[in-house]
Every structure is written in structure tokens, then in C-alpha cells.
Design a protein around this ligand. Sequence first.
Ligand code: SRM
Ligand code: SF4
Length: 573
Amino acid sequence: MSDQKPSANETIKASSNYLRGTIAEGLADTSTGAMPADDQQLLKFHGTYQQDDRDLRSERRKQGLEKAYSFMVRIRVPGGVATPAQWLEVDRLATSLANGTIKLTTRQAFQFHGVIKGNLKETIARINRTAMDTIAACGDVNRNVMCNPNPHLSTVHADVLRLSQAISDHLTPQTRAYHEIWLDGEKLESTEEDHEPIYGKTYLPRKFKIAIAVPPSNDVDVFANDLAFIAIIEDGKLAGFNVAVGGGMGMSHGIATSFPRIADVIGFCPADRVVDVAEKVVLVQRDYGDRTDRKHARLKYTIQDRGLEWFGSELHRYLGYDLEPAREFRFDDNGDRYGWVEDASGNWHYNLFVQGGRVLDTPAYPLLTGLREIAKVHTGDFRLTANQNLIIAGISPEKRPEIEALLDRYGISDSHRQSGLRLGSLACVALPTCGLSLAEAERYLPDLLTELEEVLETHGLRHDAITIRMTGCPNGCARPFLAEIGLVGRAPGRYNVYLGGGFAGQRLSKLYRESARSEELRALLEPLIAQYARERHDGERFGDFCIRAGHVEATVQGPDFHLNLKPGALTAR
Ligand code: SRM
Ligand code: SF4
């Protein structure tokens, strides 16, 4: 920890009157499509980011116009569950007030892009009218709580979903600013000061993320979270959760003090203590997280700096009791179960693959329209997965033919019949909306996959599951450091290539090639894929193979992520 003064964002939060700032005034100013700089920081807590269309930047600059400003709006969906009515409203908003697409994110949320300032209030108000919200979807607070979305996988699913919603509710900011600013006619006239019992006036030092996994599926990539709960099922019942802390993906190229880290398992808690444990972990981070340097403010750095032992004893002090020893668990993979699956009660679930999580209509593939027609007749719900996919869940046997006919009519029924590599792919948004992207991701990965599919075909691996994730920068929004192949934007058309991540998201990958040009990626990966096809052991995963074959070393935690360790010097986690 440094002795420096608090970062600028701390001052903005402290003087914002519980996140109000001058947002209301900024929204009313029609002379610009942008918001004042400080309010842009506060808007994140309300679930929206100011962006501009980066494809248009230079043209607009030449014409002397201000940037093409618009807003990204993120809808919180705890556990990823949305009703058909909610889906239909999301669709209406996307097509009437946003850019005509729905983005399913890597944290089971919906995102709109391209909402102009004049439409922001209506968008957020309408989201709230369908019993969803955007508060705390972004900002220095606890974010959307993820949980395994597959009800058919486990009988304890309902319990786990309920708990993820309970954690989410408990950690939602209490400020009335959200209601005042966005929900017309609900301005509270009370003179009482707001009160944030958990966060206080300056909220958290940085974003905070929680996920719950239900083994053997690690489809939420639980180790990428600040706080992770791993369900322990004994005798078919939920016994409680292993608790893991200190995960996070983001780093900056060339800055060795920033690094991805996977969460460490520190113990076990019974199910009825999970909300309390979540609160106290948040409080430890609230009180000890670094508020001077936002690049060093996540829980992973608090733990890395002070040690896991320190964290354990501090957590004990806040809780007033000890966690129990961690229990056995095993993860098989971090992907989705595609296609049709029947659950114990005879209902059906269809997990479709959504390329890059982007739901839109193209002449060849009217996915948005197809899902709209399904939502009109569907009596179950929709489940967003952490792999940017969608489950049409809870389809009764009587309803299945009708849903199947619609899937066929709109060309969706084959969505899960893709190569194993494509099904295991994730791409973050990147260009043109993300202000931090250094290279393409969502718009480029599909083409790269088509090239790599030719390679897989040649080597007989078309149906083998391999995880590949691309991001436009090292912030890691598609968790590339937990993929078997991670491609991380470095500059336009250039990517750092990471290999050796664990197939179950249990091990970080390692840098294999720096700043490879996009035209080189196929040639760079082909020999590895060919060698894997020839030399792999029975059941050996591509990531494990890359380490055994000596292409990359096994990773270790913390700053050592950047060290070029000799193979075998340290063991894989
Ligand atoms: Fe992310 C920032 C998109 C999941 C780590 N992320 C951003 C912003 C808001 C860019 C910005 O700050 O200006 C991106 C908006 C792009 C756009 O145009 O929509 C953005 N992140 C996304 C999404 C939409 C990617 C996607 O394609 O699905 C995901 C939305 C999740 C959600 O629904 O809440 C998304 N971001 C993640 C994840 C994955 C996860 O949480 O499992 C990570 C890695 C885990 C982690 O937090 O360490 C992630 N995003 C970041 C970071 C690095 C944070 C760090 O402390 O290291 C940033 C940059 C920042 O916060 O300064 C960032
Ligand atoms: Fe933007 Fe980088 Fe996140 Fe991709 S990884 S969405 S480029 S911040």
C-alpha cells in the first residue's frame, strides 16, 4: 500500500451525495451528446457508460464534429434468469432505443449499445418497469452475482439461484439517487440523508465480483472472481460452499505489478452463512483495498500484498467465527452444455450457441426475430450463461414441438452444431464501442475461427472441445487468461498469444508469443494443433498438452505470472 493521496475517483464519490453528482443536470443539457467528466464516473454505478463510435472518430474529427457519443446500458440479471416478458421488453428497447442488437455478456447480463443521451432516461425507466434494474451493473460496488444457469444439472440449482439473488439484493447500494434520477415521479422528498450501511459514502475501492459454481461445471469461471462460492453437494443436498477469494483477470501490458490471478480456496461455510460471508469479505476489501491507485485496487492485490493468512485472520475478525476446512470438489470444464437436455421433472432446456453473445438479425440468420417469436409463446424462462450463450429453459414436453418448429423456422436449431473450438469461444465487445480496446475481438474472432476450423478439419479435431478466447485489450473481459488459447489485443491487428490455461478454468495460461499479427495466427497455431492431434494422450486437453510439450510453462500466482519460468520449476495449479 502506498502513502499517496486517494485517487480522483475517491473524491468524486465522496462529494457526489451518494452518486447523484450533477447527472440530472447533465441529462437535461441538450447542447452535447456527452455528460460532464465526473458524472461519467458516477453513471457507471447507475449501470451505464458513456462511449463513442470509434469507427467514426477520425471522420467526425475531420468534419469538426464532436464524437458520436452514445451510452452502453448494462442490465443486471442475478443468476442470469429472465422471463419471456423481460426478454420481449429487452428486445423492444434494443430495437427502438439502442442499436438493434442485444449483447449477452460474460457475466450473465444484457447490454445495449448506442443509446443516445436523450433516450437514456426512458431506457433505464423501462428496464425498471419490467422488474429488472441497472444499478450496480457497473461501478465500485458488487456487480451482477453469477450462478450456474443450468437447472437440469443439479437438484440444488434452485437453492443456489436463490442464494445468488439474496447476495445480490443484500449488496445492492441503498442510495435513493437511482430512483430520483431515472424513475419519473418517484422522487423522494424526504430530508433524511441517504445511508449506505455496507458501502459508506465512498463505496468500494474498485469493482467487486461474486460467482457461485455448482461442480462439476465451472461454467461461471468462478476463479476469476473477487469472491467465489463453490457449492458442495453431499447426499444430494446442498451442504454449503467452499469460499475462494482474490480472483481477477485484468492487467496492463508491460506493467509487471498488474496481473491476472485465480481465487484461492480458503475454507467452507454452511449455506445459511453465505450472505454473511459475502458481506464480510466485501467489508474487509472496503476497509483495506488500495484507494490510491485504481490499477492496484482489486481484492486480488490486497491479498497479494498482505498475504492470504492475513486475509483469513481479518475475515475471522469481521465474521466472529472461523470458516470450516474446505471440502473436496472437482470441476470438469468451464463451458456450456449445448443442445437439448431433459431435467429430472421431464422439462426440456435448449442451450444455444450465440456467437460473441451478440443477438441480432442478419439476412442469413434472423436470431433476434426468432428469439422474439419464441418469447411470445414460451412459458418457461431464459437463462443467460457466463459463456455469452442462452438457454431457453423449462420447456414442457407439450410445448417442445412448438419451440422446435420456431427454432427450425429461424435457423436456430443448428446453433449448437458448430466446431468444438467455436463452441468453446468467447470474444469481448472491443471495437467499435469499447473505449479501452487496442484491437478487434467480437468482430474478428468469428473469421479467425473459420480459418482455424480448416486446420482442425485437416487434423481430425473438428469436434474436439478446445477453449479459445479473444479480447481487445488485457483487461480480460472474456477471461482469456483462463482459456487454453487466449488472444489478447496489443495494437490494431496484433495479439499476444497465451496458451496452457486449464480446460476447467482452474489454471492461468502463459504468454507464448508477443504481438503476433492477425495474419500470422493461423500459421502460429497450426503446428501446435497438428502436434496435439498426433501426440496427445488419451483424454488429454489442449491446454495440458501445451505445458507437457514444453510450449509454455505452468503458471503460478501473482506477479510471477510475467516471469519466464523454466519448465518444471513450479507445478501447475
Ligand atoms: Fe469488462 C471494462 C465489457 C466482463 C474486466 N468491460 C469494461 C468496459 C466497461 C470498458 C470501459 O471501462 O470503458 C467494457 C465495455 C465494452 C462495451 O462496449 O460494452 C467491458 N466486461 C465487458 C463485457 C460486456 C464483455 C463481454 O463482451 O461480455 C462483460 C460485461 C460483464 C457484466 O455483465 O458485468 C465484461 N470485464 C468482464 C470480466 C469477466 C468476468 O467478470 O467474469 C472481466 C475480468 C474479471 C475481472 O474483473 O478481473 C472484466 N472490464 C474488466 C476490466 C479490468 C478490471 C480490473 O480490475 O482489472 C475493465 C477496465 C476497468 O475496470 O478499468 C473492464
Ligand atoms: Fe474492452 Fe478490453 Fe474489456 Fe475487451 S477486454 S471489452 S477491449 S475493456
